[in-house]
Design a protein around this ligand. Structure first.
Ligand code: TEU
Ligand code: CA
Length: 552
């Protein structure tokens, strides 16, 4: 695992294009907005970007429902804008990961229009159909259906089609080699443009047994159950090897496996180098922590990272992230967004991200400490998962007051509010009406303000990325958790050759002391607070203090 690779050293900045920067006043972020901000992105010290989907789409699921894989969505701009954006990234030494959504397409894709038109259409078996004369198909779970039913009856051909996500996201039939090769050709189209990496969306779900056997009753009562029964079917690896041979290896593309099955073995089977499938496993276990109004136990949080790091110490490669467009803002979920601690705890979480082993994913706005938005009313929500989740909860007679509190804390809309550029109207995101309101705290939290403040989260973030780029120990070094059981402190070392670094993070609002286990401090490398933590053979940590030290 010491074999160097650019994608192992990458610090990836994730941009949710709808919400990043609008340049034509339609309230939707666009590619020209990204072009305009490339110098800002470069100034962060990141060296790659992951862009959520920017293809043509009716936007039932904000671009994850693609109606033409080779066109840029009109609201995002043109292909000329894309080419200019990619060239601008490459000029600045920034690589681009594109989101490849090939478990499903939009129902407005030409293939699906053909497919649903008649039972003998040549595109019929690009998707999964179940003829109604066979009765109702065996139950399958849908993430985004108000009844969680993944089969939708389609009158035109008196058949049901399968959709693991929304009704407007029919699942593609990977059993059909013609479909697979169409998708490889599409990926080659982007590879030829010089794209450096792909994130394969929901790929673990692509295999479906065409006989659709019954799954055990209640298999879908937990997300883990759904992933176990829908994920990592028998031919997923054949498909990946084919995809790798056709596209990834010939075009030298790095690939992220979004979703990594149910076990360490599943994850290894996707990314171990000798298998020649994908490169970076993006597992969701860290996202299972903190999904409750009651907070989380730090030992549970650490346990996830300890176990995964251990399992990947010798081979395979992981992602490290605390947020993305599908979850809440990291400081509101894992830190403390109370005004007293927001800045310190944002810096602390960024310290964690940039000192762990793996490829680092930073979500736009987290370099500023952007927080969740308060949306008490269901009519404020734009996300299909929130809206259908609300309907489903109503149907199931859930405690709706509690449901709304949970939604307020956890909904995906929290992470999709406009980037907070400055203190002008709508946070400087748009001159028009933003598709989703800016968080009202933008006068307090914005890039322009933080640019000028020496001790801002933004400038601290820049120090972290620089430190990581200059010190391979932070990328490749062995990781050791010194206090796995502690509920307030997260203290771990990174070690490479003769270098031993210590990262000490106080996840609590108390002042705490922790021993250095017989080591002496050679250098205090970075500190998120003015208070000097080094006290002889111990560290004294103030609330939410984060420090990086070199030890002897
Ligand atoms: O999410 C995929 C996804 O949600 C599952 O892979 C995941 O395993 C499950 O939710 C477990 O929590 C991706 C995108 O990130 C998301 O925004 C899209 O809505 C979704 O695919 C459909 O394309
Ligand atoms: Ca726009």
């Amino acid at each position: 695992n010491l074999q160097p690779a650019w994608w192992k050293e990458a610090v990836i900045y994730q941009i949710y294009p709808r919400s990043f920067k609008d340049t034509n006043g339609d309230g939707v972020g666009d590619l020209r907005g990204i072009i305009q901000q490339l110098d800002y992105i470069k100034s962060l010290g990141v060296n790659a970007i992951w862009l959520n989907p920017i293809y043509q789409s009716p936007n039932d699921d904000n671009g994850y429902d693609i109606s033409d894989y080779r066109q840029i969505g009109k609201e995002y701009g043109s292909m000329a804008d894309f080419d200019e954006m990619l060239a601008g990234m490459h000029q600045r030494g920034i690589k681009l990961f594109m989101d490849i959504v090939i478990n499903h397409s939009s129902d407005e894709h030409e293939w699906f229009k053909q497919s649903r038109s008649s039972r003998d259409n040549p595109y019929r078996d690009y998707y999964h159909w179940w003829p109604a004369e066979k009765g109702k198909p065996p139950h399958r779970y849908s993430f985004f259906d108000e009844n969680n039913d993944a089969w939708k009856y389609d009158k035109q051909t008196d058949s049901y089609y399968l959709h693991y996500f929304s009704v407007k996201q029919p699942d593609l039939n990977w059993g059909n080699p013609k479909l697979r090769h169409e998708l490889y050709d599409m990926m080659k189209f982007w590879a030829k443009k010089g794209v450096d990496g792909f994130r394969l969306d929901a790929f673990q779900f692509v295999y479906k047994d065409p006989t659709f056997p019954e799954f055990p009753r209640d298999y879908d009562k937990t997300t883990d159950g759904v992933i176990k029964y829908h994920g990592m079917g028998p031919r997923v690896h054949d498909y990946l090897r084919e995809l790798n041979d056709e596209v990834l290896t010939p075009f030298n593309i790095a690939a992220v496996a979004e979703g990594a099955g149910s076990t360490f073995e599943d994850a290894h089977s996707l990314v171990d180098a000798e298998r020649k499938e994908l490169d970076i496993a993006y597992h969701f276990e860290g996202m299972n922590i903190g999904n409750s109004l009651d907070g989380y136990k730090l030992s549970d949080f650490k346990n996830v990272y300890d176990r995964w790091d251990k399992s990947f110490a010798e081979k395979g490669w992981l992602s490290i992230f605390l947020a993305n467009h599908d979850v809440a803002r990291m400081v509101s979920k894992f830190g403390n967004d109370d005004p007293a601690y927001r800045v310190a705890s944002s810096k602390l979480l960024n310290t964690f991200l940039l000192t762990m082993r793996g490829t680092i994913f930073c979500y736009y706005g987290d370099e500023l400490g952007m927080t969740n938005i308060d949306m008490p009313d269901i009519s404020d929500y734009k996300d299909i998962a929130a809206i259908n989740g609300y309907k489903a909860a109503t149907v199931h007679g859930k405690d709706m007051q509690r449901f709304m509190l949970e939604l307020n804390l956890l909904s995906r809309d929290n992470a999709r509010t406009p980037m907070q550029w400055d203190n002008s109207k709508h946070a400087g995101f748009t001159d028009g009406k933003p598709w989703l309101s800016a968080n009202p705290n933008y006068p307090l939290i914005n890039a322009a303000k933080q640019q000028d403040e020496k001790d801002s989260v933004l400038n601290y973030f820049r120090q972290l990325t620089q430190l990581r780029s200059e010190n391979p120990v932070l990328v490749y070094g062995a990781y050791d958790d010194w206090l796995p059981q502690d509920e307030q402190l997260y203290v771990y070392s990174r070690e490479l050759d003769d270098q031993l670094w210590l990262i000490a993070l106080n996840f609590s609002d108390k002042s705490l002391v922790t021993p250095l286990q017989g080591h002496a401090v050679e250098k205090l490398v970075l500190n998120n607070l003015p208070d000097n933590p080094v006290a002889g053979s111990e560290l004294k940590l103030s609330p939410y203090q984060a420090v990086i030290l070199k030890l002897k």
